[in-house]
Design a protein around this ligand. Structure first.
Ligand SMILES: NC(=O)C1=CN([C@@H]2O[C@H](COP(=O)(O)OP(=O)(O)OC[C@H]3O[C@@H](n4cnc5c(N)ncnc54)[C@H](OP(=O)(O)O)[C@@H]3O)[C@@H](O)[C@H]2O)C=CC1
Ligand SMILES: Nc1nc(=O)c2c([nH]1)NC[C@@H]1CN(c3ccc(C(=O)N[C@@H](CCC(=O)O)C(=O)O)cc3)C=[N+]21
Length: 297
């Protein structure tokens, strides 16, 4: 039987609408809109598209967006100076520096310069540490979005076997921590994992965050598994196509014959990332303004 398609796009639209309503309440209470600053260094076309779609989402959710587009040869010093200005700017509640940065810039030093209370990406060590020890802080948007989809689909995750493929600081590691907090039994697989298919086969929940097109095959899956595909990969253009198709890390068609539920790419995890970014920004805004956040935000 074909798996249910987990409609991340629809879920994200619902979340964005709820956040937009709360953002209007915030404006009423605080006398200003919540504000997100997005910093983009260089001309990478994919990043530009992503930054533009964030800008639109921010405006649609009744928030201010401040875009800072710096040239590719921006110095570390100038980038850090901009981050410091945004830290000090009372109109800015959240700061996102689009990664990866050009090679001559130090991602870690730039993230470290962001005020942890404005770090709506959840990448600062203070927020990573809070997540690791179970304190409240900003959680990276993509894994938090994945958890929302899993909770909506499965409810209680206690005792379920979860396999996360990928161990990056922005997706795999925080994802594993969130699953552990939700009482799943968690395995983190990576490029040195031996016999990945047999590791994946024990999973009730598979989260794929590798960045390799259609790498995870249907016959690796336990029948009935729930599959969350974080990967965003562009295939080379086929005949007659100008741009290749976007695909995930999971071989979707065959996998959907074995899984019980699976997120598509596009239309799955990607839209959740943006919706959670808006949510995190509004959480930051309430805290910054010294107001209590609404129940459910
Ligand atoms: N939907 C969304 O909103 C987002 C999507 N993404 C997408 O998610 C994917 C992962 O992103 P990110 O975490 O930043 O990527 P990274 O490149 O930082 O990490 C990839 C991880 O996959 C592991 N890996 C690589 N090859 C294999 C393999 N053959 N077998 C098993 N594991 C392997 C690596 O292992 P090792 O550590 O051993 O090298 C690493 O841990 C990308 O496609 C990215 O575009 C990312 C962010 C947001
Ligand atoms: N500081 C920082 N924070 C990030 O969160 C961050 C980042 N840097 N760098 C790049 C990655 C990637 N990422 C995506 C978010 C949404 C979609 C998304 O909405 N994708 C649509 C498709 C979009 C399309 O068609 O191109 C979808 O999957 O349906 C994709 C990718 C966030 N990232």
């Amino acid at each position: 039987m074909a798996a249910d398609r987990i409609d991340g796009k629809a879920f994200a639209e619902g979340l964005r609408t709820r956040v937009g309503g709360w953002a209007s309440d915030f404006e009423g209470a605080a006398g200003r809109k919540a504000g997100l600053a997005v910093v983009l260094v260089g001309e990478d076309p994919a990043s530009q598209v992503y930054v533009r779609s964030k800008g639109k989402a921010v405006a649609a959710a009744n928030m201010n967006g401040f875009e800072h587009h710096l040239p590719a040869d921006t110095s570390q010093e100038d980038l850090l100076a901009l981050v410091e200005r945004l830290n000090a700017d009372d109109a800015v509640d959240g700061i996102l520096v689009q990664l990866p940065l050009p090679d001559h810039l130090d991602d870690q030093a730039v993230i470290a310069a962001i005020d942890p209370d404005k770090d709506v990406d959840g990448f600062h060590v203070a927020n990573a540490g809070r997540l690791a020890v179970g304190q409240t802080g900003f959680v990276p948007c993509t894994p938090l979005g994945c958890m929302m989809l899993l909770a909506d689909r499965l409810g209680d995750l206690s005792g379920l076997e979860a396999v996360v493929i990928g161990r990056s600081n922005i997706v795999g590691k925080p994802m594993a921590q969130l699953l552990l907090d939700a009482n799943a039994t968690v395995t983190i697989a990576h490029s040195r994992t031996k016999d990945l298919p047999s590791v994946v086969r024990r999973a009730d929940i598979v989260v794929a965050a590798v960045g390799r097109a259609e790498m995870i095959k249907a016959d690796w899956l336990k029948p009935g598994a729930t599959v969350i595909d974080v990967g965003i990969n562009r295939l080379p253009p086929a005949d007659g196509e100008e741009r290749g198709r976007l695909v995930g890390d999971v071989d979707y068609g065959p996998a959907s014959e074995i899984a019980s539920a699976i997120t598509p790419v596009p239309g799955g995890v990607g839209p959740m990332t943006i919706a959670v970014l808006l949510r995190n920004t509004l959480v930051a805004a309430y805290a910054h303004a010294g107001l209590d956040a609404p129940e459910g935000l």
